[in-house]
Design a protein around this ligand. Structure first.
Ligand code: PLP
Length: 398
């Protein structure tokens, strides 16, 4: 695992982000000049001598505990996050669950944002509840008022910004400051922004989680989770991750590293196309409003502008009221936008959603059907033409 204190230089790395994602966590000379770290398959690691064995002198000790392929990805992510270490998990959801298990125990209380990724909520309500951890949900707009929800047994606060599907922004530093004062651990699901557009640890958050499945992978061919942490939280994460036996395949680590090399250039394009599509959609007669924090009209825009350095390609829109058959006609007319959930790949996606299905602390009371879009790397003119056709089908069926 990429922990330790050997990297003071990396914390002060002044190079640009695109340069960093290309060069971090690679050492071609170590592998006979090959640009990419090899896929190292291995369970058994041999020691050169009895002395090395009993004094644990090897750089690696046991397949499950890491190899050059996983270590390279961990090292790169650790430097990007600016943390004390990064642990890899087999999916984004397992990154959320392992991180929560690392910092919570029987009798503890968790404050979970009401706009969290739904399966993370299910983990809290079903598994954590069985372990004796109580979860209560809070309004994403709480900010420093989070103090009002903190109980004597509150041990962790979980954030996700912008909110899953509905894109509310959170005042991350305000919540982190309140938590820090009370020695409560903060965790954030930072999948939407990635550490390229938002660096949670710089805003006081202890644990930063990503579904690497999304933008790190970037090609819809990988499930990966990353848990980055600082200080005491890192010690807890790596202990729980290790004792639970969590490990990922070297092939998946290599795919994650390959995705990382182009992350800056892909995100730049997702951002530009996403904002252009969001602006275009705002002016469509079929659309009531667009939920995208980079739009100046968005209620979360000021927080986004203050804390984030970019926006990715995922946002939502609320259609004007139409019958369900018109919504169905809209989706069935799409040819470039695929109907699928796991976003962050090179392709555009569209799904319907309804937050009333799961929210408990805040109302979701919108004027029409809600649609989430992922803007991929296609030409924007073609994406507009695809939505144009879909809107024509919607109007014809309304
Ligand atoms: C997709 C997603 C996850 C889960 O990632 P998987 O690899 O699919 O388990 C977690 N959080 C957010 C915000 C996501 O979008």
């Amino acid at each position: 695992m990429a922990g330790g204190h050997d990297d003071a230089a990396r914390h002060n790395d002044e190079r640009g982000t695109a340069t960093k994602v290309v060069h971090l966590g690679r050492d071609p000379q170590r592998f006979d000049g090959f640009v990419n770290t090899p896929v190292v398959r291995g369970s058994t690691v041999l020691s050169a001598s009895y002395d090395d064995l009993v004094h644990h002198r090897g750089r690696y000790s046991y397949g499950r505990r890491g190899n050059p392929t996983t270590e390279g990805l961990e090292t790169a992510l650790k430097a990007l996050e600016g943390s004390d270490g990064v642990a890899l998990t087999p999916s984004g959801l397992s990154a959320c669950s392992i991180a929560l298990l690392s910092v919570l125990g029987a009798g503890d209380h968790l404050l979970m944002v009401d706009t969290a990724y739904r399966p993370t909520r299910t983990f809290c309500d079903q598994v954590l509840a069985r372990m004796g951890v109580k979860t209560s949900y809070y309004d994403p707009l709480a900010g420093a008022d989070i103090a009002d929800f903190i109980r004597p047994d509150t041990r962790a606060i979980f954030l996700e910004a912008p909110g899953s599907q509905s894109f509310e922004m959170q005042d991350v530093p305000a919540i982190a400051a309140v938590a820090r004062e009370r020695e409560i651990t903060t965790l954030i699901d930072n999948t939407w922004a990635t550490p390229l557009f938002f660096r949670p640890h710089a805003f006081g958050v202890d644990i930063s989680i990503q579904a690497g499945t999304k933008y790190i992978g970037g090609h819809a061919d990988l499930n990966l989770g990353t848990i980055s942490a600082v200080g005491a939280a890192w010690k807890k994460v790596i202990a729980t991750h290790g004792t639970m036996g969590i490990t990922i395949s070297p092939d998946d680590a290599a795919l994650g590293a390959r995705g990382l090399r182009t992350l800056a250039v892909r995100l730049e394009r997702h951002q530009r196309s996403g904002i252009e599509m969001a602006q275009w959609l705002q002016d469509r007669p079929e659309v009531s409003r667009v939920l995208h924090p980079a739009l100046p009209s968005d209620p979360g825009h000021a927080l986004w502008k203050r804390d984030f350095s970019g926006a990715s390609g995922l946002f939502s829109l609320i259609l004007k009221e139409v019958p369900e058959r018109a919504v169905a006609a809209f989706f069935d007319a799409l040819t470039l936008f695929g109907m699928g959930y796991s976003w962050g790949g090179y392709e555009s996606l569209a799904i319907p959603f309804d937050c009333r299905d799961y929210r408990t602390a805040t109302p979701w009371d919108v004027e029409g059907p809600a649609v989430r879009l992922h803007i991929g790397l296609e030409d924007v003119a073609d994406l507009k033409a695809d939505l144009d056709r879909a809107f024509a089908a919607l109007r014809a069926a309304a």
